[in-house]
Design a protein around this ligand. Structure first.
Ligand code: COA
Ligand code: ZN
Length: 316
């Protein structure tokens, strides 16, 4: 396999995950999780979102979370915004980078941000203005890039048109999001082959959900095509409240384990990350989908059973 030597992971559990938790996670616990993730060496964290507090009440404490976290040098702190009002709030709160959201399908965009795609693009123009004045880079995420739970297939020409508009507005990075886990590895390759050569100088990120157990295969397909930035969430938390059937993102510690096992570096301390995942399970009060927390790392050894130990052939 042709894989990048190093991959950059952006932890999104504190946003994509905490936004859908049935109970409000207390602000101090959100801050604790962000700090633990940074201390484990996480290079990027999407801390929260600056959206309408009535629409996503779980993240109504976005300002307080940003104000409460320790800023570890080497970690880039981001927040998600849908419009210029969110961008002003995010810039005032001191984010290092702004992540934006719009969908590649009209029905999901209306359900998620109450705007048509054209209206969203106008709002994002204003976001890029705000970010430009605040000297902040902007990564534009596109939900339902690989399929929509309401409309099904998303035509590649439509996706390309949206990317073109975002790049023309001044986006520094594009995040292709598989919001409800509809993508498969061949499709990921096809989409990347179509888009990446057309837009030079853009940093591409793949945002996956493991709804149909295809997240890591999709990431591998993207890595073979040269993508080296991936979103994931601790424990596999996550899901979009405005996309029926959505479930968690690819699990951060499972992805890091897979990458390290293949010799791809991430800069993240996996043992510390696993400890963070255990702490997050305590906070949300349930077992999360991640596998490595349950199975241990692949180098885990069990004691040889009694009846077997005495019958092992002697090594010559
Ligand atoms: N933060 C806080 N308040 C905001 C806001 C923001 N980013 N954007 C708009 N508002 C406020 C406006 O100030 C206005 O307040 P007022 O009623 O006191 O005057 C009110 O919301 C309505 O503004 P409008 O632009 O008409 O927004 P809307 O009601 O159509 O909602 C969004 C649009 C985008 C703000 C809302 O749908 C939203 O926050 N969606 C986010 C969804 C999300 O996070 N999904 C998960 C991520 S994929
Ligand atoms: Zn998502």
């Amino acid at each position: 396999m042709k894989l990048p030597e190093r991959v950059t992971i952006c932890e999104v559990g504190t946003r994509d995950g905490f936004q859908i938790e049935p109970d409000f996670i207390p602000t101090e616990q959100k801050i604790e999780v962000v700090n633990l993730l940074a201390a484990a060496g996480m290079p990027r964290i999407e801390v929260t979102s600056f959206v309408h507090p009535k629409v996503v009440p779980q993240l109504r404490d976005a300002e307080a979370v940003m104000a409460g976290i320790d800023r570890r040098p080497g970690t880039r702190y981001a927040a998600l915004v849908p419009n210029d009002k969110g961008a002003v709030r995010a810039a005032d709160a001191g984010v290092d980078v702004i992540h934006t959201v719009l969908s590649a399908s009209e029905s999901h965009n209306l359900a998620n941000v109450n705007m048509t795609i054209a209206e969203s693009l106008e709002k994002l123009r204003a976001v890029l203005d705000v970010a430009g004045k605040a000297r902040l880079p902007v990564q534009c995420g596109i939900s339902t890039s690989f399929g929509c739970p309401f409309e099904g297939d998303v035509p590649l020409v439509r996706l390309e048109g949206i990317v073109r508009r975002l790049v023309d507005l001044g986006a520094h990075g594009i995040g292709l999001a598989d919001t409800t886990g509809m993508a498969n590895p061949r499709q990921v390759t096809r989409v990347l082959e179509h888009l990446m050569p057309k837009f030079s100088g853009i940093e591409w990120t793949l945002h996956t959900h493991d709804t149909r157990a295809m997240a890591i295969p999709n990431i591998l397909a993207a890595m073979e095509y040269g993508v080296a930035n991936f979103d994931s969430s601790i424990g596999g938390l996550g899901g979009c409240p405005f996309a029926p059937g959505a479930s968690g993102n690819v699990c951060t510690e499972d992805l890091v384990h897979c990458l390290h096992a293949m010799g791809v570096s991430t800069g993240i301390d996996l043992d510390r990350l696993i400890a963070v995942s255990r702490r997050v399970q305590e906070i949300v009060g349930r077992t999360l989908p991640g596998q490595i927390v349950k199975a241990g790392k692949s180098d885990r050894k069990y004691p040889v059973p009694d009846g077997v130990a005495g019958r092992l052939p002697r090594a010559s």
